[in-house]
Design a protein around this ligand. Sequence first.
Ligand code: IMP
Length: 434
Amino acid sequence: MTNVVVIGSQWGDEGKGKIVDWLSERADIVVRFQGGHNAGHTLVIDGTSYKLSLLPSGVVRPGKMAVIGNGVVIDPHALCAEIDKLEKQGVTITPDNLRIADNATLILSLHRELDGIREDAAASTNGGVKIGTTRRGIGPAYEDKVGRRAIRVMDLADLETLSAKVERLLTHHNALRRGLGETEISHDAIMQELTSVADRVLPFRDTVWLMLDRERRAGSRILFEGAQGSLLDIDHGTYPFVTSSNTVAGQAAAGSGMGPGSLGYILGITKAYTTRVGEGPFPTELTDEIGQFLGERGREFGTVTGRKRRCGWFDAALVRQSVATNGITGIALTKLDVLDGLDELKICVGYTLDGEEIDHLPASQGQQARVVPRYITLEGWKESTVGARKWADLPAQAIKYVRQVEELIGAPVALLSTSPERDDTILVTDPFED
Ligand code: IMP
């Protein structure tokens, strides 16, 4: 028995929700370790649909402990709104089933506002870099964390320290706002914002690293729920078109306070083709009718912002990179059924850059924009793979496609998901038992 880390191996939206839900039934504790309410997925349990952004998936399952680790940035208003919404649906959320790290960073309304101001300015400025963020304040909050001026959960319990910290935060933000031509924010306004949410947030706070250590020693099964995807990682992604946290599996340790030796099985959720929301390089993007087909068949619209996702062929070179940077043990391949009916399928195996063949995406922004994918072409299949629950249910060409993916990325398929339904899954390896 082991713990399991679930991460996305592409640009997010790989279908983590269904797999995390499936695994959370087998886990005792579900931990978020990075990102914030920029994530989003829908869980359907016994016919009821629950939308989660910030809370770990385990929260909707009775008897599970959900944990928000120190690596997460928490918008307290979004947190309260999500709790209220779930409670209206009959889910009980108390400190018995939700704990929040006392050393996690808070997102304030000034972060959300700054995120929007910057995106708007970048869009209208010649040479500005529009990232296409979710405008939730994620980036500005992480900047303050690294700048050592963030307000953290435990600060809400100590008004004297809080006041001095707000002062320090505003010295920075008001200078920035003056430069941007925005009105300054008063100390009172921030103090009021924070004290208005303190009573709701504080009951959930805990020394999470200590609690996880105790649970690990007691033999609890811990599931780490990653958000976004490895190619959006602040270090390993397509910088600067990335999110502001480390999304790779190693962050499960730093973002929760558990040692890397306890992480266990690293499950990389991998879509059978590629999608991306927001700006940035996407070598295998299809702007033709096949891209349109994938978007429509795959219902590729963002859960958080409703934006249309860009679609393209499977990029094995990028996923091979994710297998390495995450230490992926096995993958869960999702949405294979979206490829049903296509005459032929392409898989990117590497790139050509300025006339030279390379096998990985270079780190340079300019080079990333210039790479041309090198493809292999496979025959498609006409039969439906929707709902397949064993290999024998799959057409031979679909199996060939899956085997080719495994070979090219250098990792085995542990699970194959063939529809949004929980049970439409071919299980090769149970990550908790591996
Ligand atoms: P931010 O995380 O809001 O700062 O956005 C930075 C980039 O990450 C943008 O391209 C977003 O579209 C992308 N992003 C953030 N969260 C997600 C997600 O959950 N799925 C897919 N893309 C995301």
